[in-house]
Design a binder for this molecule. Structure first.
Ligand code: PLP
Length: 382
């Protein structure tokens, strides 16, 4: 279904240009069937038997995401967490894995509270520091290096190509959580990564009405076979309606990410001068420690996510979030509506996130409205 001649933005806008063969409809039908007819001689020649194995609507969304990330295969899951945890569960007890100290907290929590007791040897490291990453990887022992770039919620940057080299030299695979960057801004497989994971709940769907996850692989190898079997056997599949909504959301992915990136940069630049702001964390700012790498590996922008550290500590940060009128106080990210969140409150006492940090997910509203609203709230919290 993929046409290498077309820009991914064109593939996304047209959902791969699919026209329904039966009706000529431009919008793909929603296939809800859980079971399929057998041939009289007991075969399944039409290729489908049961909804936990596959579904035409899910296949369509997978084919599109696979094309956007330049992969060999894509699988959709019931959530980003289902996608991520399936990768780790496809390893074997006793395997050594390296993951970032600062990453999506839910996955870090799962690694420490479930994967470790299950038998994975989980080592957390500052993945923005290649020397530290290299020191943590054990040649012949490490099976997987997991990175997230930009990393939630401080937006540290890891050099994907360098991390892939380090992992491969040691006989390990590199998996990248590309949720914040999306395939619009970074295509980790082209930089040498073996797997990309997305919480499709965020930018890919983009409208705050679907929970979904995706894995895209560079190769249909033995690990991918285990991941595919695990999704089928354990049943962490995406429902067809969610896949259909995701296909619709993906049509505007490029527009939304471009708009969010432009607005986030505008807001980051302006907040730098605000007297109540101690620090703006955004990879698009030249003083961000990962800026040079981000400028190299992110194309067309630095993303719609930034964080600010508010002078006056936790109380001032929470007061700022209380005073906004346009931003919504809510968790999650990557939707059309801008969201503001005090991350330390949600992550709990073990969080490495500073107590004065507010995470901002920039949506598609007018950037000047967003900046004015935040500036007013910051003024009032001082
Ligand atoms: C970077 C990142 N990865 C993974 C996840 C998990 O995704 P989901 O909530 O779809 O399970 C999230 C959710 O916030 C996230 O922000």
């Amino acid at each position: 279904m993929t046409d290498p001649e077309k820009h991914p933005a064109t593939l996304a806008a047209q959902a791969l240009g699919h026209i329904d063969a039966a009706t000529g409809a431009l919008i793909p039908p929603l296939h809800t069937a859980t079971t399929y007819q057998r041939d009289p001689d007991n075969q399944y020649r039409r290729g489908r038997s049961y909804g936990r194995a596959d579904n035409p609507t899910v296949d369509h969304a997978q084919a599109l995401l696979n094309a956007l990330d330049g992969g060999q295969r894509c699988l959709l899951f019931a959530s980003g967490m289902a996608a991520a945890t399936t990768v780790f569960q496809a390893l074997a007890p006793g395997d050594h894995v390296v993951a970032p100290q600062v990453m999506y907290w839910g996955l870090r929590h799962w690694l420490l509270s479930f994967a470790r007791p299950w038998g994975l040897e989980v080592e957390l490291v500052d993945a923005t520091d290649l020397a530290a990453l290299s020191a943590a990887i054990r040649p012949g022992r490490t099976k997987l290096v997991w990175i997230e770039t930009p990393a939630n919620p401080t937006w540290g940057i890891t050099d994907v190509a360098a991390a892939a080299r380090l992992a491969h030299e040691a006989g390990a695979r590199l998996a990248v959580d590309g949720t914040a960057a999306t395939p619009v801004l970074t295509r980790p497989l082209a930089l040498g990564a073996d797997l990309v994971m997305h919480s499709a709940t965020k930018y890919l769907n983009g409208h705050g009405d679907v929970v979904a996850g995706a894995l895209v692989t560079a190769r249909a190898d033995d690990l991918w076979a285990r991941i595919t079997a695990l999704r089928h056997d354990a049943g962490a599949i995406l429902g067809p309606f969610e896949a259909w909504l995701l296909l619709r959301g993906l049509r505007t992915l490029y527009l939304r990410v471009e708009r969010a990136s432009t607005s986030a940069r505008f807001i980051a630049e302006h907040l730098q001068g605000h007297p109540q702001v101690a620090h703006v964390l955004y990879p698009g700012l030249p003083d961000h420690p990962g800026h040079a790498i981000a400028a190299r590996q992110m194309q067309g922008g630095f993303g719609g996510m930034l964080s600010i550290r508010v002078k006056g500590g936790e109380a001032a940060a929470i007061a700022t979030a209380a005073h906004v009128k346009i931003w919504q106080r809510a968790t999650s990210l990557g939707g059309v509506e801008s969201l503001i969140e005090h991350r330390a409150s949600i992550e709990g006492p073990d969080t490495p996130v500073p107590a004065d940090l507010l995470r901002l997910s920039v949506g598609i509203e007018h950037a000047e409205d967003l900046l004015a609203d935040l500036t007013r709230a910051l003024d009032r919290s001082g």
